[in-house]
Design a protein around this ligand. Structure first.
Ligand code: NAD
Ligand code: LMR
Length: 329
């Protein structure tokens, strides 16, 4: 049976994450080895030439699943009929820029893109925001798309999740595939909380296996939460291949489902679960099935976790209030 190609829009396509992402989408890693894709690359005018170069390279790979590439600087064209949108392009913080300036500059990107998604995307559109500040950029885009169900707008905390899995596996001396049910709560920022109290390593409770609260508080949590800054310090550029890999994982899991007995972490609009104010886009433990996700319910939250979840959620509330004050939502 010939499948209809899935339209995948990538913004910031000429950037470093875009370069690490597009070849994997075109080779079937995003949606599946039997799912043809059409790519739409959105760039600002200065980025169009580089995006054309990447498109030439995509052609040169002769990927059997790649059924077309369109390059544009017009969001209305880029999101027309889009089934999956990866919002990667964002305004980085530059010297002397205050947090409010950064939120305002990104509002100028994510508000029109949200509106274009609202007006032109396919009914089944799924949106992943990667561009920082990812959670609040997702909130801005979602607020500009009132006709799209809010839960279709998500923010990426899968990179944090993968980082935490890897660090925990090292500490416990197990393979990453032995680590399950880890959770990132809150914001994709240094306040995020990687939670191992419900995680398992090789079928045993991770916190009990590790049995080292000092390592948890002083090593594990800061290593995961500050990993983005450590990569920038080491590479002289922010994470790119690992971020692209996490974007692939996020969408693949959303579309194809979590494994039985496991869950993942996604930044999603809160429904009020675990005391996280409704509407803010915060990271939760989720299971996915048939293209939908559900927050894992009923986890007991101890005092150690509660304080850290609350601190990250507080930051998200402040970011929401700031963009509200700027008239962006
Ligand atoms: N959520 C995460 O885990 C995570 C991880 C790593 C990086 N990031 C973020 O991802 C973003 C992209 O990172 P990068 O390394 O690819 O940056 P980059 O600077 O290499 O590329 C960004 C690209 O976006 C383009 N762009 C800017 N404004 C645009 C717009 N309005 N429409 C379309 N394209 C636009 C730029 O021209 C550039 O080509 C950054 O905000 C970064 O902080 C997030
Ligand atoms: O781009 C950044 O500031 C860091 C990035 O969000 C990361 O977590 O690697």
């Amino acid at each position: 049976m010939t499948r209809t190609p899935v339209n995948v829009t990538v913004t910031g396509a000429a950037g470093q994450i875009g370069y690490a992402l597009l070849f994997r989408i075109a080779s079937g890693h995003l949606l599946g080895a039997d799912v043809p894709v059409k790519l739409r690359l959105l760039e600002i005018p200065q980025g169009l030439k580089a995006a054309e170069g990447t498109a030439m390279e995509l052609d040169d790979c002769a990927f059997p699943l790649l059924r077309g590439i369109e390059i544009t600087d017009d969001p209305n064209v880029a999101f027309d009929g889009a089934n999956v949108a990866l919002l990667v392009g964002a305004r980085p913080r530059t010297k002397g820029m205050e947090r409010g300036d950064l939120l305002e500059a990104n509002g100028g990107i994510f508000k029109p893109q949200g509106k274009a998604i609202n007006d032109h995307a396919a009914d089944d559109i799924k949106v992943l925001v990667v561009g920082n500040p990812a959670n609040t950029n997702a909130l801005i885009a979602q607020a500009a798309a009132p006709d799209v169900p809010a839960e279709r707008f998500t923010a990426m905390t899968r990179l944090d999740h993968n980082r935490a899995v890897s660090q925990l596996a090292k500490k416990a001396g197990v393979s990453v595939s032995d680590v399950k049910r880890l959770t990132i709560w809150g914001n994709h920022s240094a306040t995020q909380y990687p939670d191992i109290f419900h995680a398992e390593v090789a079928g045993k409770n991770a916190a009990e296996v590790v049995n080292d609260e000092q390592w948890l508080a002083d090593t594990f949590i800061p290593t995961v939460a500050k990993r983005g800054a450590a990569i920038i310090e080491a590479r002289g550029a922010s994470s790119a291949a690992s971020a692209a890999n996490a974007a692939i994982d996020h969408v693949h899991t959303w579309v194809n489902g979590t494994a039985a007995g496991d869950w993942t972490s996604m930044g999603i609009p809160s429904d009020g679960s675990y005391g996280v104010p409704e509407g803010i886009i915060s990271s939760f433990p989720v299971t996915t099935k048939d293209g939908k996700y559900e927050i894992v319910q009923g986890l007991e939250i101890n005092d150690f976790s509660r304080a850290r979840i609350d601190a990250s959620v507080k930051e998200l509330v402040e970011e929401r209030d700031a963009v509200r004050g700027l008239g962006l939502i």
